[in-house]
Design a protein around this ligand. Structure first.
Ligand code: PAF
Length: 279
């Protein structure tokens, strides 16, 4: 497995692979890799001849009071995980390699970004779309792999890829969970022992909602109430949002009669966690 710090090195390697007629899968990450990322890299390795992973804590997608400076980093461990999972090239750029100081172009998806995390983290998706579109232009993959845990991110990326005619297949991959149900996330590293236990309330609350849906509940408000009531039983949990939205348009629904996304964001102490399911 190769590693690269510069765009030039990535382009040279990709050019060589293209000359040989090889297909390329791409997994963008912010590092501190876990089994969720491993599942993306392994899937990319199954479906492509070569796999590129980027590890870059992207400053443009963090708000002023968010966790950019404290975001967990572990380059050596990430390199090992990439190699074990089947990556062929890991790209670790510095921010100065990715962004010009006087950059003046933005990539902004409207509509899909007004609710859920978009409403709570202004500018976040502009930062995600900018960095992902830059990576797409650098790596020029055939396929790119994203986790369904960030369901809104996946929908937003699919939309700009369609709207801007990127010739890249976007592949969504299922949420990977700990044995007790907590969705894997690099941010789980922030949780104390006590908070880690409390964090189970996210998947437990979603399971209650799933159960109600399977029994025939069709009111989005009732589903939200079930989740809100369940979250309120956990003293360390503070709800950020609970939403029931159309799974394609991400617009709120009242009566559930088409595929929906039930998405939540919850603070456990200072750590903001997200989880979701589609139904
Ligand atoms: O999901 C993430 O880790 C990031 O948002 C991504 C897609 C790597 C862009 O920085």
């Amino acid at each position: 497995m190769k590693t690269a710090n510069t765009i030039k090195e990535v382009r040279e390697t990709v050019k060589e692979w293209r000359k040989q007629g090889l297909s390329i899968g791409f997994v963008p990450t912010m590092g501190y890799l876990h089994e969720g990322h491993m599942s993306l890299i392994e899937r990319a390795a199954k479906e492509n001849d070569k796999v590129v992973v980027s590890v870059f804590v992207n400053p443009t997608q963090f708000g002023p009071n968010e966790d950019l400076d404290n975001y967990p980093r572990s380059l050596e461990r990430d390199t090992e995980i990439c190699e074990k999972s089947g990556a062929n090239l890991v790209f670790f750029p510095e921010a100065s390699e990715m962004y010009f100081e006087d950059k003046s172009t933005s990539v902004s998806v409207s509509g899909l970004t007004t609710l859920l995390c978009g409403a709570k983290r202004p500018g976040h998706f502009d930062g995600v779309c900018l960095v992902v579109s830059k990576f797409f232009n650098i790596v020029t993959p055939d396929r790119a792999y994203f986790g369904e845990k960030d369901a809104q991110q996946l929908a937003v990326i699919k939309r700009f890829v369609r709207d801007l005619n990127f010739d890249i297949e976007i592949v969504g991959c299922p949420i990977v969970r700990e044995c007790d149900g907590l969705a894997k996330s690099s941010r789980n590293a922030y949780l104390s022992k006590e908070e880690r236990k409390s964090a189970l309330i996210l998947s437990q609350s979603l399971n209650k909602a799933k159960e109600a849906l399977s029994k025939g509940e069709t009111s989005a408000n009732k589903i939200k109430d079930i989740i809100i009531n369940s979250l309120s039983t956990e003293p360390l949990a503070k709800m950020d949002y609970v939403e029931v939205v159309d799974s394609l348009s991400l617009s709120p629904v009242e009566n559930i009669n088409a595929p929906i996304l039930v998405a939540i964001a919850v603070y456990i102490g200072k750590t903001r966690l997200i989880d979701n399911f589609t139904y």
